[in-house]
Design a protein around this ligand. Sequence first.
Ligand code: TYD
Length: 432
Amino acid sequence: MQAKTVFFDLDGTLTRSGEGIIRCARFAAEKMHSPAQPEDWSVFIGPPLYDSFRKFCRLGEDAAAEAVTWYRKRFTETGWEENAVYEGIPMLLRSLRAAGIRSVIVTSKAEAFAVRIAERFGLSAYIDGIIGPGLGERQPDKEHLIRKAMNCFEGPYVMVGDRVFDMEGAARAGIPAVFAAYGYGRTNEAEGAAAAAGSPAELLDLLLPEGPRARGLFLSMEGVDGCGKSTQQKALVSEMQRLGWRIVLTREPGGDEIAEKIRQLILDPGNTGMQDVTEAYLYAASRAQNARMRILPAIERGDMVICDRYVDSSVAYQGGGRQLGAERIRELNAWATENCMPDLTVYLRMEPHEALSRRLSVSIPDRLEREKDSFFLRTFEAYEKLYKGRDGCRVVTVDAAQPIEAVTDEMLRRVRQRLSDLAVMGRNSAQG
Ligand code: TYD
């Protein structure tokens, strides 16, 4: 299937937006005291809203138009965020981009909402255009929207969608269509499609059978003991899944079976005689194993790796805390990891005295946690030195002393922003 531009429907093709759409439709129907209700509200996903209110709720022309207004009111406030990107979509869009194929959203959703959703869910960085009806416009049919998109972008084209409207619209506009069978459409809606895809990964194989696949992304999290990393990590993982990433979660020291054994050795409170240099090598050994066995293969597959601590921890704890020197630790780890460094590092910044009081209130300390205050102070200072002036490059520094929700909000907002920047940088370099 040789396309130069792929048109993607949004709901049910790029995003799993059912929950928000259904809730808004029910809300509007209730407001209008609609005389009828569909048995299955998922019929609202995809086709023009006005038509659906007419057909499934048996509203008259004016009432249907008013229902659309109610729908949009709730959608603007909350419904638009009750959404998630299908797993594998970032990989698909990144690969198309790398192959020089344009991706355009062609949707019956009001264009302004589509823009907002694409922005919020990290799609806009990979998308070359968004075509949808204006807010005041009664929703035009898919053929009209596809033709509008054809006027703006170069062919040959393929339309990808999950509903019969997408298939029919494409046929009338004279272009081939692929049915997104993982979306909300029923199997019989696929009639007329040139092919069907059971998942975004299958869709990629159809659109780009031989083309190269985009690599994944590598995120790490850093901060002194007690900075709240575990809680924030859960929030980060679930947000990245909502953006459509398949996640490989790992931690250091540890990762695979062998690295976990090294971890036990390092953290064992009985190993009081462990030399600082021995410790530095053990962290690097664990990392060598984890990088080769888990991190690099996952990036190669196109997944997103989220690693709890990485090289920077060694630079801060062994280089700074143990005073072995940042440069020497960096060199050791460059060899251990084949220079594989994260695309993005979240640094949860917390002063050591604050971190200490939080730590002591929750758990019994292991060997490292029993270190003196001066060790943690040096570690903190080493982090500070390492990241100073680098916020906005690889590193996103977040003030971890704020209330938990505020830390989460700031972290997620800034990570999303960085991911978009990275994608745009990728686009510029791809175009030379
Ligand atoms: P862990 O129980 O995983 O702590 P946390 O939840 O704070 O990450 O223990 C990891 C400990 O190992 C932590 O005290 C930091 C330390 N460490 C180093 O000293 N160097 C390193 O390279 C890494 C990865 C961790």
